[in-house]
Design a protein around this ligand. Structure first.
Ligand SMILES: *[C@@H]1O[C@H](CO)[C@@H](O)[C@H](O)[C@H]1NC(C)=O
Ligand SMILES: *[C@@H]1O[C@H](CO)[C@@H](O)[C@H](O)[C@H]1NC(C)=O
Ligand SMILES: *[C@@H]1O[C@H](CO)[C@@H](O)[C@H](O)[C@H]1NC(C)=O
Ligand SMILES: *[C@@H]1O[C@H](CO)[C@@H](O)[C@H](O)[C@H]1NC(C)=O
Length: 478
């Protein structure tokens, strides 16, 4: 029977892509393992992953996808939390019996050496413990963010208040202090099921056989040391952590990933001077109000810097239908200030489709990145040696900002007002500073150094390659 590693991502394309990249990495360096990826069928819409799965099946035949049946649950419809994370936790919990059956079935024809769960699937450890299969957690964000999650039960015991009411800096081992309100939104209210979900994930994560982190040693030495020395998990042993990154997703972004409509931005970049363009892109879920888009537009125009700006809006009740054109993409003419596109046609390019972010960041004309600080985007920028302005929008991105600005010193922060709004002057100031100041120059030098360290970590004899080998060894002998 073949040695098999089962990978179990939580629903949604973002989690799937991370797990698939991990699968490809394992397959590349340790091809003796068969990789099976379990796909949860969610009874609610998480966006279609089918085109992506078909594409990966064709290009990476050694990754095998196994679809779990759908759970039919009415409770999910009236679930008492506004946070989709809580809904996901509940779905994963309800999936446990299906996972149990699937693992038993797979075990009949293969030797399941280990199950790798993404962080949000922590509760699946109840199943893998029962079946006695070694289990690892894949944490796809920074080691610094892992510090904050592992330490959450300690913070929890130290106060009876919700984080949103604490209004203080939280001290963590190995990373700079974080403002309590900068913790992920679903964790701010102690009475919300999402909060209990994160708390229990923290405990599960500490109970697995190991934690695989998408980072590399040189980037986060202090955070990694705080974890491995046991300062983050209270009253328990810390499992070994394996920093195998940076995994670069290279995904074209968005649902379908049809490349043709995305090429014009590269053609445009070809015509711009070296390192002269600031690139703005805010991830799959990052979208702004029309009012905020107007401030960004004017700020860019006044900065005088060349720009490539990806404008996405998520249609909501507050989005006027007029803002979407016939193909469902944002209608730039109606969203941006009058005559803006015409006035800036020599200065910048605004696109309303997805762009090949890795190609853009690695283009010689790109000199800076304004990003929501999603960890995948951060690593892509680091690997391209492009310094950042970070404007966090959701999830753990505010933690990432603290890590990037105060600890790694690879980014400057977009300063938002109390209600999260950023005005024209701030956009202008930060874009100019990133592209054209001593501070920006310092960030660029450090980011280029971090890029070289990333390359070294992934090379033969590098720390990430060694961590992966150690992981594979523990699977073989486990
Ligand atoms: C516990 O709370 C006190 C005051 O509220 C604070 O000074 C201390 O740093 C906190 N300890 C931890 C481990 O968070
Ligand atoms: C952790 O240990 C401390 C001190 O020994 C104890 O007071 C506390 O109850 C323990 N907490 C848990 C969750 O075991
Ligand atoms: C948008 O259009 C749909 C139908 O195409 C309509 O049902 C909806 O009310 C419209 N929303 C707004 C905000 O105008
Ligand atoms: C951020 O902006 C506010 C007002 O817009 C200002 O008072 C504050 O000093 C700024 N902070 C930084 C770090 O620039």
């Amino acid at each position: 029977m073949k040695d098999t590693i089962v990978l179990y991502p939580s629903p949604g394309i973002g989690h799937l892509v991370g797990i698939v990249e991990l699968g490809r990495l394992i397959n590349q360096h340790h091809p003796s393992f068969t990789i099976i990826i379990l796909i949860t069928t969610a009874p609610f819409n998480t966006g279609s992953t089918t085109p992506y799965i078909n594409h990966i099946s064709k290009t990476n035949p050694s990754l095998v996808f196994h679809h779990l049946p759908s759970v039919t649950v009415n409770e999910l419809e009236s679930f008492p939390s506004l946070h989709h994370e809580a809904l996901n936790f509940e779905l994963i919990r309800l999936n446990n019996p299906l996972l149990h059956t699937a693992l038993q079935t797979i075990s009949q024809t293969s030797n399941v050496r280990s199950v790798v769960l993404d962080f949000f699937c922590g509760i699946a450890l109840e199943v893998t413990f029962l079946l006695n299969i070694p289990s690892y957690i894949f944490f796809s964000s920074a080691a610094g963010a892992l510090v904050s999650f592992l330490y959450t039960p300690t913070i929890h015991r130290n106060t009876s208040k919700s984080l949103k009411d604490l209004n203080t800096y939280l001290d963590f081992p190995g990373i700079p202090s974080i403002l309590s309100s900068d913790m992920p939104l679903p964790m701010l209210d102690r009475n919300d099921p999402a909060y209990s979900g994160f708390l229990s994930l923290s405990l599960f994560t500490a109970k697995g056989n190991g934690i695989i982190v998408n980072t590399f040693e040189c980037l986060e030495e202090k955070a990694i040391k705080a974890i491995t020395e046991g300062f983050c998990v209270l009253n328990g042993t810390t499992p070994p952590i394996y920093c195998i990154g940076p995994l670069i997703m290279g995904r074209i972004g968005g649902e379908s990933g049809n490349g043709d409509e995305m090429r014009p931005c590269l053609t445009w970049l070809d015509k711009q001077p070296s390192r002269s363009v600031v690139f703005l892109c805010f991830g799959s879920y990052g979208s702004f109000s029309a009012a905020q888009l107007r401030e960004i537009a004017l700020g860019l125009e006044r900065s005088g810097q060349r720009f490539l700006w990806v404008v996405r809006i998520v249609p909501t009740e507050n989005t006027l239908n007029a803002s979407l054109s016939a193909n469902g993409n944002p209608d730039l003419e109606s969203l941006l200030p009058k005559n803006f596109l015409d006035r800036t046609k020599e200065q910048g390019l605004v696109v309303n489709t997805w762009v090949p972010q890795v190609d853009v960041l690695n283009h010689i004309s790109v000199g800076g990145f304004v990003t929501h600080a999603g960890w995948n985007s951060v690593l892509e920028s680091v690997c391209a040696g492009v310094p950042m302005v970070v404007w966090p929008l959701y999830a753990e991105q505010r933690i990432n900002r603290v890590l990037l600005v105060d600890d790694m010193k690879l980014a400057m922060s977009m300063n938002e007002s109390e209600n999260g709004f950023v005005d024209t002057e701030e956009v202008e100031r930060k874009v100019r500073s990133l592209m054209n100041s001593d501070e920006g120059k310092g960030l660029r030098e450090r980011t280029l150094a971090a890029r070289d360290q990333a390359v070294a970590a992934l090379s033969e004899g590098g720390s990430s390659r060694a961590a992966l080998a150690k992981l594979a060894e523990s699977w073989k002998s486990g």
